[in-house]
Design a protein around this ligand. Structure first.
Ligand code: KIV
Ligand code: ZN
Length: 510
């Protein structure tokens, strides 16, 4: 059977989702899990856009073995050099360069003309190929590009040495039948393309990203670009789990196979959701919590008699065997490390030490610490690695019918310890105001969500906040059995993200 490669762009296009901004540690953690999932290619970032992106692509290239590691670059000399400097440490490095090819993009975004774009494509691919053993070229907004011109661009890229040509449905505009015909015509117009890998990159603006990607497979695409949980620009990218399970379950129909370790899908999906803060809708195909739940009596009866009556794949296929991990207060650091590894987190050194302290604190108050608790602790600790502000202690006085009053102590890695008090509408508001006063940084809360990690009165509370500083939004997540403390931790984390100058992987301007 023909092998289709899975190219994961969670760390690049996925990170362009509104409100997502990952630290280097978080990206490295996700990359390790993508390697366990056995994706073929990891797009680790867009190195020219920031020091943080450069560092994370370099670290992933140096540390994460197995998949090809690629970094994105516009058709600019400086972008290509920077991408190479970052991916060169991988055993399998690739440079991915792209340029807009539709009239709209050429005229309005690039403020250029068709001739110039042809020339820049050839130069960029040749330059990238002189540095890296593998080069991918993407015509951006390809599906709204006149096919004759797109064929010219693709021919030039192939002649210049592109190994992979990735046809991007950047704005999620095409439909499956149309896309298949479009790709066929492109293959007829550029026969040289058959010697290279044809790839597709589909966005989900009309909810068709997965269907369009699969239409690409039908006409010979050898690489599909996806993101875990379908995150990405606007409505997102084709979802990894849906594409992989469609190909794995219906290999008979598509006549292809994938190398993905499908039993790692569930772990990967939860890890990305925990770290990014993007929740998974309950009815989401494959990884939603209802994906294998049978509600109607007839269905339940059928499944009890023979699961195949109402299940086309099993929970075990995606690694959802029902986790049996239960740790208690007598469990040691090794047991914690092993349990976390089983859940897709590879914590070491300082981060493991801190996770262990948190685990002990929680185990002292809770009968048993479950897999969900451990995942929440791990995601929280991986994310808190870079912060300079640390919440010391807090005290709140709250009562019906009067303003709450909070006092906080916050320490800063270089500037010492600060204390402040404030009044507010309820305990959470007063704590946030006190943090503003202690850090001398005023934020505006734009989103606040709270959830219990597991059931029971002793459950861990999780709070996610989005806070605006200087017209930009930053998010934070906090975890504690005390929901006010979880809120305070989440708020301090957002302050840390802001002060570290970390913004999402915004497109660099020329
Ligand atoms: O959507 C898009 O066009 C992209 C390219 C960089 C491939 O993400
Ligand atoms: Zn995209």
């Amino acid at each position: 059977m023909r092998r289709v490669e899975i190219f994961d762009t969670t760390l690049r296009d996925g990170e362009q989702s509104p409100g997502i901004s990952l630290s280097v540690e978080e990206k490295v953690e996700i990359a390790y899990q993508l390697a366990r999932l056995k994706v073929d290619v990891i797009e680790a970032g867009f190195p020219i856009t920031s020091e943080g992106d450069f560092e994370s692509v370099s670290r992933i290239a140096a540390e994460v073995d197995g998949p090809t590691i690629t970094g994105l670059a516009r058709v600019h000399e400086a972008d290509i050099v920077r991408a190479w400097e970052a991916v060169q440490w991988s055993r399998r490095p690739r440079i991915h360069t792209f340029v807009g090819t539709s009239d709209l993009h050429i005229e309005h975004q690039m403020q250029s003309d068709q001739e110039d774009i042809l020339q820049r494509t050839g130069e960029a691919v040749r330059h990238a190929k002189s540095l890296a053993p593998e080069v991918e070229f993407s015509p951006m907004d390809a599906t709204r590009t006149e096919i004759g011109y797109l064929a010219e661009v693709v021919r030039i890229a192939v002649e210049a040495g592109a190994d992979v040509v990735n046809i991007a449905d950047t704005v999620g505009y095409t439909t499956p039948v149309e896309f298949a015909a479009f790709l066929r015509e492109l293959q007829e117009r550029v026969p040289e393309l058959t010697e290279r890998t044809l790839s597709v990159h589909c966005h989900d603006d009309l909810g068709l990203a997965v269907a369009n990607s699969l239409a690409g497979v039908v006409v010979g695409a050898g690489q599909i670009e996806v993101a875990v949980n379908g995150i990405g620009e606007r409505a997102g990218n084709a979802s990894l789990e849906e594409v992989v399970m469609a190909l794995a379950t219906r290999g008979d129909h598509y006549g292809v196979e994938v190398g993905t370790e499908t039993r790692q899908i569930s772990n990967t999906s939860r890890l990305v959701s925990n770290i990014t803060g993007y929740e998974i809708p309950p009815n989401k195909a494959i990884v939603g919590r209802n994906a294998f739940a049978h509600e109607s009596g007839i269905h339940q009866d059928g499944v009890l008699k023979d699961r195949r009556t109402f299940e086309i794949m099993t929970p075990e296929d995606i690694g959802l065997e029902g986790n049996n991990i239960f740790l208690g207060k007598h469990s040691g650091r090794h047991a914690l490390k092993d349990a976390l590894e089983e859940l897709g987190y590879s914590l070491d050194g300082e981060v493991l030490k801190r996770a262990f302290v948190r685990f002990k604190e929680i185990a002292d108050h809770k009968k048993s610490v479950t897999a969900a608790d451990l995942e929440a602790i791990a995601a929280d600790e991986v994310g808190s690695f870079e912060g300079k502000f640390v919440l010391g202690s807090f005290r709140v006085v709250a009562a019906t019918g009067r303003q709450s009053r909070a006092a906080v102590t916050i320490s800063h890695a270089e500037r010492g310890t600060f204390e402040a008090e404030a009044e507010g509408e309820g305990p959470v508001d007063s704590v946030f105001r006190a943090i503003d006063a202690a850090t001398s940084i005023k934020g505006r809360l734009t989103d606040f969500r709270t959830d219990a990690v597991t059931g029971g009165k002793d459950a861990l509370g999780e709070v996610r906040v989005t806070v605006e500083f200087e017209d930009r939004e930053y998010s934070g997540r906090g975890l504690s059995q005390d929901v006010v403390e979880a809120a305070a931790r989440a708020y301090v984390r957002a302050v840390n993200v802001y002060t570290a100058g970390r913004v999402g992987a915004a497109w660099a301007t020329p």
